[in-house]
Design a binder for this molecule. Structure first.
Ligand code: SF4
Ligand code: SF4
Length: 83
């Protein structure tokens, strides 16, 4: 299973990662405290949080290559319909 880690020394507490996560893995904290990982088991490995984080504070370990391929395939199909 994927492991999601937020480096609390790098995290600015902006909460953008929690906002972009559709499966509620992450929880924004008040007063710009570091965001918490609360439901790691819900992670679908979309990596949206990783891409949006301005502080490079999020890490994912043990990603499932096939799942990532599935997500990217879906994104490619959706993109083809738009352009
Ligand atoms: S996007 Fe990055 S800096 Fe902002 S709360 Fe999430 S981990 Fe922290
Ligand atoms: S990789 Fe996707 S599902 Fe997992 S924590 Fe980040 S935004 Fe949420």
């Amino acid at each position: 299973m994927v492991k999601v880690t937020i480096n609390e020394e790098l995290c600015k507490g902006c909460g953008m990662c929690a906002d972009v996560c559709t499966t509620e893995v992450l929880e924004k904290q008040s007063d710009f405290k570091p965001t918490k990982v609360i439901k790691e088991e819900n992670c679908i490995e979309c990596l949206s949080c990783l891409e949006i984080c301005p502080a490079y504070a999020i890490e994912h370990e043990d990603l499932t290559p096939t799942r990532r391929f599935h997500v990217e395939s879906k994104v490619i199909e959706m993109t083809k319909k738009i352009v």
